[in-house]
Ligand binder design. Sequence first.
Ligand SMILES: [Zn+2]
Length: 407
Amino acid sequence: MAESMQTGSFRWMKSINKSTILNVIRLHGPISRAEIAKMTTLTPPTVTNIVGELLESGVVLESELGESTGGRKPILLTINPSAFQVIGVYVSAHRVLGVVCDLNGKTVDEAEMSLSPQPTAESFLETVQEVIQQLEGGIKQRETPLLGIGVGMHGLVDSDRGISLFAPNLSLRNLPLRTFLEEHFRVPIWVENNVRAMVLAESWFGQGKGLDDFICVHVGSGVGAGIFSARSLVRGPSYTAGELGHIIIDSSGPHCGCGNTGCLEAFASGPAMERRARERLRAGAQSLLHERFEGRWEKVTGPVLTEAAREGDPFSKEILAETGRWLGIGLANLVNLLNPRRIILNGGVFDAGSLVLEPLENTVRERALSAPAEDVTIVVSDLGKKAGATGSATLVLQTLFQPQAED
Ligand SMILES: [Zn+2]
């Protein structure tokens, strides 16, 4: 398919009436034309016309016959998930993970590359481009049109202009991601903060499904939150809403990458936990890690601590429990401030299960106000490591399925 047609197919489907009908079919299909007319405010002839166009494009299929209410059995319509594909890219401080999803958000293909520790703007953009190119190769082989690309980017993101304003762990500023990718791939591009992209994945496919309000908390190289309120992402005028990692836990605490001291991130991120463990081991703390890693303390990582804790090492258990308690303090603040119904956790540290979660939940119960603490459910995401990339793909799906003013 010619590149210009790919861009065209998105514009064609983005009309308000088409999006409205597509969304009704997505949520309620298999569904008849008459039921669609009833659920929307569109007249039956309008529905018939638009459904005709959608059938012709292949995005909607006629499936089985429905129950008859007296006359002829109506023909039911469903979304054809493989009519188009979308690409979602998740950029963390260390890697770029891309997925190809069908219209149901199911992963069809994936590609991953590591980022060099201090990349230049050029080498960073090249890595993102290469991951997408690998995926695009597969899409061309499958002969499925690519509808658009979503990017969930670490750090501060101006989602309106598609610019990465500041990626602290990569030391990069003002990357024109959208313009760069549009030039190379000739499809519509969306750029969002990576934790906010996760919120979309949870809202569409995960444990946020059907909820009006919930919060995602991601713990990795940093600590970040994505806030979903009244069925929308909260961004703020400077795009910094949800910077949970930089709430101050102890004003005389350790230095944080943001220039401040005592931020939650400086206590509870993956690197902060590893740093704490290595310092204490170096100072002679008792642990079974001594016989395995003596003098090679850089090998003591989150997964190593989790494994040792599972083997019963009291030192590793305490390091994980401390991280749980610090995160619990951060979450108690979040619970008091926003009274969320659910908090969905994501990140490698939660692979340690109850070793982190128990102290975390106990701290929230002890430290947050009792009414909101009773109302909140804290769960670990079941979307796993692909949550961010799936969420980035959802940036495209959301625009396709959610009726909005044409621009
Ligand atoms: Zn900070």
